[in-house]
Design a protein around this ligand. Structure first.
Ligand code: SAM
Length: 249
């Protein structure tokens, strides 16, 4: 007896919609999302899609009307409730475009709760396009199955970030000049990881950081890692020790 195929099929397209979703509602989808479903995935009336709204979770929907540039769906049932990701922030000095996209994509996949751009003295890329980061975050969530989008902070100067730093949140300062291995630093949630720019932190910034009681200086091995490598390595180590990787899938 052949097994009953899973429904919806694993290949079902999964999209974020900035609309409150609930059973029986019939949201209209247009713009790039509609183009993707109609022209890239060539979906027709009756086809299933998965939608999530960053409010209530993930929902199974069926296409009920398909036009040239928009489509209407009927929300059938909830497939997953909205998740609570570990309370870890990534504070990062913006780097050049492609590598910044990489940091955003990977940090989202790995499960951070907040992405906070930090402007340091040696930060080259001061202006980060918020819409671009938002698009990266959404695409990464659509791909990795997240139902909760990470928060996206406004770029903040390091001095201001430290002045407003919440005392209860450990700040794991990834310092290329040395520190303790992350595995030896007790920093359960709420926590944050700080990674510097290509030029590293200045001595003045290092001194300011080490004055802050919430700061824990960490080393990520003896080699100088690129900023994006350091960010991904530190997040992975923290997730394996304090995050949601400690529970079997
Ligand atoms: N220009 C700096 C230098 O030559 O010393 C290197 C900066 S590194 C490319 C960018 C950022 O990645 C650093 O500011 C730090 O936050 C992090 N990083 C790189 N390697 C690291 C390591 N071995 N341990 C801890 N953090 C590291």
């Amino acid at each position: 007896m052949p097994a009953t195929p899973a429904w919806p099929p694993a290949s079902t397209p999964r999209l974020f919609v900035d609309l409150p979703l609930a059973p029986g509602t019939a949201p209209m989808i247009d713009g790039p999302a509609a183009h993707y479903l109609l022209n890239v995935m060539r979906l027709k009336v009756g086809a299933p899609i998965l939608l999530f709204d960053n409010r209530s979770g993930e929902w199974l929907a069926n296409i009920t009307e398909a036009g040239k540039r928009s489509l209407t769906v009927c929300i059938e049932r909830q497939t997953r409730a909205i998740e609570t990701v570990p309370d870890l922030w990534l504070c990062f000095a913006p780097v050049k475009k492609a590598r910044l996209d990489w940091i955003i994509e990977k940090a989202t996949e790995l499960g951070v709760r907040r992405l906070q751009p930090v402007i340091t003295e040696r930060t080259i890329v001061e202006r980060v396009k918020r819409e671009r980061l938002e698009a990266q975050v959404i695409e990464a969530c659509e791909q990795c199955g997240r139902t909760a989008l990470p928060e996206l902070g406004e770029p903040t100067k390091l001095t201001q970030l430290l002045a407003d730093w919440p005392a209860e949140r450990a700040l794991l300062f990834a310092d290329e000049a040395g520190g303790a291995p992350l595995s030896t630093v007790a920093a359960p949630a709420p926590a944050a990881i700080l990674v510097g720019p290509e030029g590293g932190f200045t001595p003045r910034e290092r001194a300011l950081l080490l004055e802050n009681a919430a700061v824990r200086r960490i080393a990520l091995g003896p080699r100088i890692l690129r900023a994006e490598t350091a960010a991904i390595a530190a997040i992975s180590l923290w997730m394996a020790q304090h995050g949601d990787w400690t529970t079997s899938g």
